[in-house]
Write a protein that binds this ligand. Structure first.
Ligand code: NAG
Ligand code: NAG
Ligand code: NAG
Length: 377
């Protein structure tokens, strides 16, 4: 039932977002020459549909050597630095759009462009994350370095970018005067204009304080753990706000679980005994497996969404490692075949920090906002 609902919504979403707007706007811009055609024209870059599954691979990279990829979500978020252009190209041939992830507000010593940052760009080191320091997003040089990263993403063929950590205003970053939300808005709008000019769309992660202000400058939002730590309702404006020829923008949402499974996986990454996968989450101690999935997906026992705004949120259930494992709200479980990348986590060894190596997913910021306790796996 849920699957049918998603498909229908996906089709409606696709129709709405692809409505041709050129004719209409062309005539109105002739009639009133004040309207700037460039700000009103339909985007010339891909934007994600309102309703779609997504897969995140931020530990390792998708292994597409056999010209095969699973799940066929149509959208993958991948690591912009580590995923080679050939992988992006093959993924495109396999029908998968790519959102390329990179940090836009921290400097990591192991990145090839680290030396391009000035000393004045760098703030405090992130607690617990040696080698990673906050960036002063108000400085021209920072934008200059990040624009080069956007060039790299464009050259690799990424369809979208996810500039992470831009909620630097909510961290103890060491800059005076302090970085404030309006600095992020201004920074993100420049990043966005540049990325869009290169044919890519832009996603915003977390940053709930500025979601409304930044709506026009982003094309989708990514949320972590809004069921567990925030309220997903903060995203309902984002998915329902009116805009020219469309309504709202999509939200992709990830919830974390631990899982155990002793069954096998096919070479293609399909769980051979899906019913034997056990999931748990420390924050929902009474809930496991299907009940947990329904909770994280905001579904009731029948698989029907309980709260209307959630209908438009696209949830995927993953482990903190953001590796190949993925569970979807219809109960399907998949494992994307991935390749390890040596040095991917800089000084942070993957084995020692499984589940912690994606610090830049800013979990601690979410925890702090909620006054909650950090839960390290
Ligand atoms: C989450 O929901 C609770 C209870 O409805 C509310 O008090 C709190 O302000 C909400 N938090 C956010 C971030 O919306
Ligand atoms: C949603 O938008 C309305 C109208 O602009 C505003 O009053 C409300 O605070 C917004 N809610 C959230 C959660 O952003
Ligand atoms: C996974 O298990 C570890 C160890 O018990 C725990 O600390 C962590 O919070 C769990 N993660 C989730 C998402 O429940």
């Amino acid at each position: 039932m849920f699957a049918h609902m998603s498909l229908t919504t996906a089709l409606i979403g696709a129709v709405v977002t692809s409505l041709p707007t050129n004719d209409l706007l062309l005539s109105s811009s002739i009639a009133t020459s004040r309207i700037s055609p460039s700000s009103r024209r339909a985007p010339t870059y891909w934007t994600p549909p309102m309703k779609s599954n997504i897969q995140f691979i931020l530990t390792g990279i998708p292994d597409v050597e056999d010209n095969y990829i699973r799940p066929n979500t149509g959208i993958y978020e991948i690591d912009m630095f580590w995923t080679p252009a050939e992988t992006v190209t093959t993924m495109k041939q396999l029908g998968q759009r790519t959102i390329c992830y990179f940090s836009a507000a921290t400097a990591e010593t192991w990145r090839s462009d680290y030396k391009d940052f000035d000393k004045k760009d760098l703030g405090l080191e992130l607690p617990d994350w040696p080698g990673e320091r906050y960036l002063d997003i108000r400085r021209d040089n920072v934008l200059k370095v990040i624009k080069k990263r956007i060039d790299v993403a464009a050259n690799k063929g990424c369809d979208a970018i996810e500039p992470d950590n831009v909620d630097v205003y909510s961290n103890d970053n060491g800059f005076t005067p302090p970085i404030v939300p309006s600095d992020t808005i201004s920074y993100l709008s420049k990043i966005s204009a540049y990325a869009r000019s290169k044919g890519m769309s832009v996603g915003i992660k977390n940053c709930i304080e500025i979601l409304g202000d930044i709506f026009d400058d982003v094309d989708f939002a990514i949320s972590e753990e809004c069921v567990q730590y925030l309220n997903c309702t903060v995203y309902s404006n984002f998915t329902t706000a009116p805009r020219p020829n469309a309504i709202g923008k999509p939200v992709f949402e990830v919830e974390y679980v631990n899982y155990t499974y002793n069954g096998g996986w096919s070479d293609d990454g399909v769980a051979l005994k899906p019913s034997s996968i056990r999931t748990s989450n420390v924050n929902f101690p009474g809930l496991t497996n299907d009940k947990l999935r329904r909770k994280l997906c905001n579904l009731d026992e029948e698989g029907v969404t309980l709260d209307k705004p959630y209908l438009k949120i696209n949830t995927v259930i993953k482990t903190l490692a953001l590796d190949g494992f993925a569970m979807y709200c219809d109960g399907s479980v998949e494992r994307t075949v991935t390749k390890d990348v040596e040095g991917q986590n800089g000084p942070r060894d993957v084995d020692e920090h499984v589940g912690k190596n994606r610090r830049s997913w800013a979990r601690e910021v979410v925890w702090r906002k909620m006054g909650g306790r950090p839960v390290d796996p």
